[in-house]
Ligand binder design. Sequence first.
Ligand code: NDP
Length: 444
Amino acid sequence: MKASEVLCTLKQRFPNEPEYHQAVSEVLGTIEEVYNEHPEFEKANLIERLCIPDRIFSFRVTWVDDKGQVRTNMGYRIQHNNAIGPYKGGIRFHSSVNLSILKFLAFEQTFKNSLTTLPMGGGKGGSDFSPRGKSNAEIMRFCQAFIMELWRHIGPDTDVPAGDIGVGGREVGYMYGMYKKLARENTGTFTGKGLEFGGSLIRPEATGYGNVYFLLQMLKTRNIDLKGKIVAVSGSGNVAQYTVEKLITMGAKVVTMSDSDGYIYDPDGIDSEKLDYIMELKNLHRGRIREYAEKYGVKYVAGARPWGEKCDIAMPSATQNEINGDDARVLLANGCLAVSEGANMPSTPEAIEEFQKAKILYAPGKAANAGGVSVSGLEMTQNAQKLSWTSEEVDQKLQNIMENIHEQCVKYGTQPDGYINYVKGANVAGFMKVAKAMMAQGIL
Ligand code: NDP
């Protein structure tokens, strides 16, 4: 089947999965050229096999809330592709979780993991459980119940989950604890673990730091200095927090952060002290970003995203499709010169088209946010070797990996006029490695 036909077929076979169609469409739109250069791929029906997950587990999760009521949620794990290594990808707890969202994430993860240069396949999982407003005890009971089903499908050499939206160090700890009790082994199986039980230094920071390292590489291609640049960041969770931390140390001025209720605009910039407050607010008290505006007397805009504020650089770090075509046009009109994605698929296809038409620096999440899974890969290596590297060692490896991913994007994405199409570069580089691995391993 031709690459262009695969999308039509997938839409018919898997209707009502718009995010999955969107992610597949973006990749297929950029790899057609290299695909056509390899007739053996078509003969092996490679694209269709690469787009459809190897398998999907779905299960009911039953847990008891603090009032003694018995509650149910759906749990899922998508094992998308393991041609280059064990399935690897995070777990998301959010009320919006469904198969379409997890299939898009697992598909993207396969290409991202391929780009990291580390031996990891792609997967993703999660639940429509919302951690918002839940007590610590409820979170623990839910995590344990989730793993009571999932544990039999994962393992250090088969499938290694990690965190994502709604799943941070606390949740990984509870899930891994239950996993170990059931599986009776102690070999890692989750990444993003606590430092005391096999976690890696720099893993919490990795996605945010990695995104800034990637941004620096992009800016270098145009001799632009990050120092003094005004940056709009969305989100205030793991990725956003460490993006802001690194941006501050690099001398940039971050003026926005957000959560699902709204955003804050701080014209003086969020400094280290204010960021400490946000980290405490979000990670310990589980509070709302509105409270920052109340504390520091700055603007808070409820129910909106920060893209209308003037900035030089935008770093979306909350969720999918959070920058639409209109947002993109406003960003461009305000002089935005670079967009580097911390979140997965935060820009709609229309927004991407606007950025590329304007020829600004635009990095898709699967390249720019690959630092997180890269350090997860390094955590797996440390666990296998039963040793721990220092922060400096891990940070240096992370910087090298982000540079390498940037180089691959330049190699495969540079257009005849010199413009670097990072979407094409990342997709082609990621695709070729997985495709070659699949071809070498036969029709499966
Ligand atoms: P967190 O749960 O730590 O933070 C998510 C942030 O985004 C919160 O501020 C949350 O607000 C906000 N948010 C979530 N959903 C929505 C929504 N529907 N609308 C508006 N705001 C929303 O997650 P992470 O920081 O880990 O993940 C953020 C993004 O980065 C995701 O796209 C994730 O897939 C991606 N990513 C994460 C990696 C990691 O290592 N953690 C690695 C690579 C990518 P609220 O608190 O109100 O829910």
